[in-house]
Design a protein. Structure first.
Length: 238
């Protein structure tokens, strides 16, 4: 750290190689490493009294991946803030469409999770075709064994993408109906919830409300003249 120069470069990423190096260099007090299991095993064997810490890059990278997966899994729970109490003209309800397939963001670009899944699948399949073992793939790609095993055993890339971007909910079979009724002018979430109960829905009212609010908030409002309102127009036209 003082000289900003490498001290040594090991011939491989195995636990035994790392442990042997630590034994030949006693006195190591802190080991900063990524989350590779081989480094953890080697550190415990070669310098059992040393403190193991994660480097800043991998902390942020792992946190970013976890947050991204959580947001994708629960994106239907996000809803716009409550309206202010100031009286304003009520805009025509925006027509909404089926939620995105999870592969692209609202701008039509591939999500980072999708791109990363595609890259990892291609890398694992390439090494698999070369006859590499799962442990060798872990070392070469710097991935955990569970991740490599999942990519190696997946029947197809589509299977991986679906599992990464979809979370099945009780509301899924009824979303198309909700969107059709909303676009027909019925924007009362409570009324729509009662209609779903008659069709066999067993979920909560808040789930329905959040789905409608989130879908409407992420859809561009159409020409007001093309949207039918559920509220009657007064005779004087006001």
């Amino acid at each position: 750290m003082a000289t900003h120069r490498p001290i040594d470069v090991l011939p491989d990423r195995s636990a035994d190689t790392f442990a042997d190096w630590l034994r030949r260099h006693p006195g190591v007090r802190v080991i900063c490493r990524d989350r590779g299991g081989n480094y953890a095993i080697g550190a415990r064997a070669g310098a059992p009294d040393a403190i193991q810490v994660a480097d800043r890059y991998h902390l942020w990278a792992n946190l970013g991946e976890a947050v991204e997966k959580t947001v994708l899994a629960h994106r239907a729970c996000l809803h716009p803030p409550e309206p202010t109490t100031e009286e304003q003209p009520e805009p025509a309800p925006a027509q909404i469409a089926l939620p995105p397939d999870g592969l692209r963001d609202v701008h039509g670009r591939d999500r980072r999770l999708v791109t990363r899944t595609q890259e990892r699948h291609a890398a694992v399949q390439t090494l698999l075709a070369q006859g590499k073992s799962l442990s060798a793939m872990c070392r070469e790609l710097n991935l955990e064994m569970g991740t490599v095993r999942r990519f190696a055993r997946a029947d197809s890339l589509d299977e991986l993408l679906f599992k990464a971007t979809h979370r099945v909910t009780k509301l899924d079979p009824f979303k198309a109906y909700l969107i059709e009724r909303w676009n027909d002018g019925q924007t009362d979430a409570a009324a729509l919830f009662r209609e779903l109960l008659e069709q066999g829905y067993h979920g909560g009212k808040l789930t329905v409300r959040r789905f409608l609010h989130h879908s409407a908030a992420t859809t561009t409002s159409p020409d007001p003249g093309r949207v039918r309102s559920s509220r009657a127009t007064p005779p004087d036209g006001s």
